[in-house]
Unconditional design. Structure first.
Length: 153
């Protein structure tokens, strides 16, 4: 039996503070709560899940490059504040052949002006924004579909 494709869920700066950081914007769930839910859902979907979080731009880039080298099925990327500022992270997404789904808990287009431009969006396969933490599950469903289709090709 073939090894199931692995989906990388990659979270950027300050997402380790979910549950306590601006709960009116980001909700009460912690990142651990979200990952536990995603692990259960990944099993249901027949994919493997790996989750990581870093407050450091270079570590996020290293994780994306590893996903490329190790042929992950897809990446779910919540780049946090780096979405609007990091050309290097954008270039890393563009450089890999793994489909990347950009995810945001809030809807950046409905927030402060500086959050309205995503450097990631033009190089991402798709984006899910503004559904709260439920967006992670939506992104996992989409990523699993993409990864399973790629694995069967």
């Amino acid at each position: 039996m073939a090894t199931p494709p692995t989906i990388l869920v990659l979270n950027g700066p300050n997402l380790n503070m979910l549950g306590t950081r601006e709960p009116e914007t980001y909700g009460a769930e912690t990142l651990d709560d979200i990952v536990a839910d995603l692990e259960t859902r990944a099993d249901e979907l027949g994919v493997s899940l790996e989750a990581d979080q870093s407050n450091h731009e270079g570590e996020l880039i290293d994780a994306l490059q590893r996903a490329h080298r190790e042929c992950f099925g897809a990446v779910i990327l919540n780049a946090g504040g780096f979405t609007h500022t990091s050309v290097a992270l954008r270039d890393a997404v563009a450089a890999i052949d793994v489909p990347v789904i950009e995810l945001h808990i809030s809807n950046p287009a409905a927030r402060e002006d500086f959050r309205k431009e995503s450097l990631i969006a033009p190089v991402a396969k798709a984006g899910i924004f503004g559904f709260g933490t439920a967006g992670y599950r939506m992104a996992l469903d989409a990523a699993a579909s993409i990864a399973l289709n790629r694995a069967s090709d």
